[in-house]
Each structure stands twice: as C-alpha cells, then as structure tokens.
Design a protein around this ligand. Structure first.
Ligand SMILES: O=c1ccn([C@@H]2O[C@H](COP(=O)(O)OP(=O)(O)O[C@H]3OC[C@@H](O)[C@H](O)[C@H]3O)[C@@H](O)[C@H]2O)c(=O)[nH]1
Length: 280
C-alpha cells in the first residue's frame, strides 16, 4: 500500500517497530528505562542528562568524544549508580542494550563544525547511521537533534515544517547543513524501511548556563565582550534574525517531552500553548 505525500510522491507504508530486547520484560531487570545520550557532555546534552536523571527509573548512559563537550558538565553525576559515562566517537559503532537513544553528538557552533568539516559530515552521516543501526537492533526509539541550519539561507520567515529550505551544497557551512539534512533523511528512511520510532528536533539558537564562553555564537560572544568592556562584533550585514531559546525550555519541551509523551499528546500541548500565546 502507498500513500501520497504533499509533493505528490508515493511513500511506502510504515512497518511496525522491531521488538525490543526480551531483557526489557525480565523479572529481575533492575532499571525500567535505559537511555543513551550521545553528546551528553555538551551544552544541551548535559542539561538533558540532568532532566533524565530526575526520574529514578531512568538509567542514563552518555557517549561523548569530548571534542566540544566536557566531563565537567556532568561532574555531579559521575559515580552515581544510575549513570555511566563512555568516551566514544559515534563514527564508530556502539553495541549496547538501550530503550531510548537521544542522538545529539555533533559540534554545533560554526567555529567548531568548520574546524574539521569532513569529520563533521562523518559525525552526522556515519554517526547517525550507527545510532539508527543500534536503534534497529534493540528496538529503541531514537531522537535526532537537527538544526535550524537545514533551512540554509531561508527565503521564508518564519520557517514552517513544510518549507524545505534554501541550502548551498558547497559552502563552508554545508558540512553541517547538508550533514544534518542527510541525517534527517536517514531517520525517515529507517522509519519507513525498518519501522524505527523516530523524532527529529530542529534546534534553533540556544543559550544558557554551561554555554562555552569561546563557543563563538552570538549570545556568548556578546556577553563575553560586554563583560570585558569590548565592542560587540556585529557581523555583516547586521540585519540577520534568529529565534533564541533558553536551554531548559529547549530541553524540556522540544527534546524531553517530544521523546517521552505520545505524539498526539505532544501536538495537543503545542496547539494549546500556541492558542494561549496568540490570545495574549
Ligand atoms: O560575534 C558574533 C557572532 C555571530 N554573529 C551573527 O549572529 C548570527 C547568529 O550566529 P551564531 O554563530 O550565534 O549561530 P547560528 O544562529 O548561525 O547557528 C547556531 O544556532 C543554531 C543552531 O542550530 C546551530 O547549530 C548553530 O550553528 C549570525 O548571523 C552571525 O553572523 C554576530 O553578529 N557576531
């Protein structure tokens, strides 16, 4: 059976998800939910770990290569019986039994992802393939943190999900923009072909505690420059716009709730909040 999509192309029917490991139903299994967070030592990842660790039924495993993340962000959890930290680069396969995967691993600031563009593409493409392979093997639900950069230099403001963007495939930001676009494609192909339960969160410019002062992004740059009494570096043309989000809002609403509550409930909540704001 096939159904029509908005662009008139045919899509194959979604398969049911694979059966989770029998360990999940084992009588003596200690933890209710074993959760992998790739990139969990990073700015957003470490806030997500804090949120997940609030629930005593969660066991959290972080895999990070510390390229832009730091063990310091997780110091309050190191040694905790429900927490495990692994030095691991997602471009290598990871074999582990988990119920959920939050796949955040990738440098996100332009200065860092442009530093080694080939590695950035490998992280997005091979890293996401590895995590999807793992999700398929163990029947885990997986969330990918994508980016506002999938819209490239958008011609529409604000960007709706039905807008597909305006992306330069050969520019200096392409390693990240196109890498995340392929990662999103892989997510949907694994969903259609293998029935994996997926979520994709397109993250916009996020700020808050634990943001690296040398991160290079506009919020950290402006705050650091203001504190040092230096002029603010407004890059050309100076008319750019961004949608900024505080890190705990990003983690709770766009990542944690999106992955944890059912999709129908999530969309109902979104509609509710939209209605509240539009009536203000
Ligand atoms: O010192 C600065 C830094 C940045 N800027 C400008 O401010 C705007 C925002 O730039 P940032 O470096 O903060 O980052 P961007 O918004 O382009 O992308 C970032 O946020 C969204 C995430 O999805 C991406 O992963 C991340 O790259 C850009 O137009 C940039 O040119 C300045 O004017 N001065």
């Amino acid at each position: 059976m096939a159904k029509n999509t908005s662009n008139g192309e045919h899509q194959t029917t979604t398969k049911p998800p694979p059966t989770p490991s029998p360990l999940r139903n084992s009588k003596f299994f200690q933890s209710n939910m074993r959760i992998l967070v790739t990139g969990g030592a990073g700015f957003i990842g470490s806030h997500l770990v804090d949120k997940l660790m609030e629930n005593e039924k969660n066991e959290v495993i972080v895999a990070d290569n510390y390229f832009t993340g730091s063990k310091d962000n997780l110091k309050k959890w190191i040694g905790h019986p429900r927490f495990e930290l692994i030095r691991h680069d997602v471009t290598e396969p990871l074999l582990i039994e988990v119920d959920k995967i939050y796949h955040l691993a990738c440098p996100a600031s332009p200065i860092f992802y442009k530093h080694n563009p080939v590695k950035t593409i490998k992280t997005n493409v091979i890293g996401t393939l590895n995590m999807l392979g793992l999700a398929k093997r163990v029947g885990a639900r997986i969330l990918l943190t994508s980016t506002s950069e999938v819209y490239g230099d958008p011609l529409e403001h604000p960007q709706t999900e039905s807008y597909w963007g305006n992306v330069n495939p050969i520019g200096v930001r392409s390693c990240y923009d196109e890498g995340k676009r392929v990662a999103e494609t892989l997510m949907f192909d694994y969903h259609r072909q293998h029935g994996i339960e997926i979520r994709i969160a397109r993250i916009f410019n996020t700020y808050g505690p634990r943001m690296n002062i040398d991160d290079g992004r506009v919020v950290s740059n402006f705050i650091a420059q203001a504190l040092r009494g230096e002029p603010l570096t407004v890059q050309a043309p100076g008319t750019q716009t961004r949608s900024f989000c505080y890190v705990s809002d990003m983690v709770c609403e766009n990542i944690y709730n999106f992955m944890t509550i059912g999709l129908t409930m999530y969309w109902l909540l979104l509609r509710f909040f939209e209605a509240q704001f539009s009536s203000c």
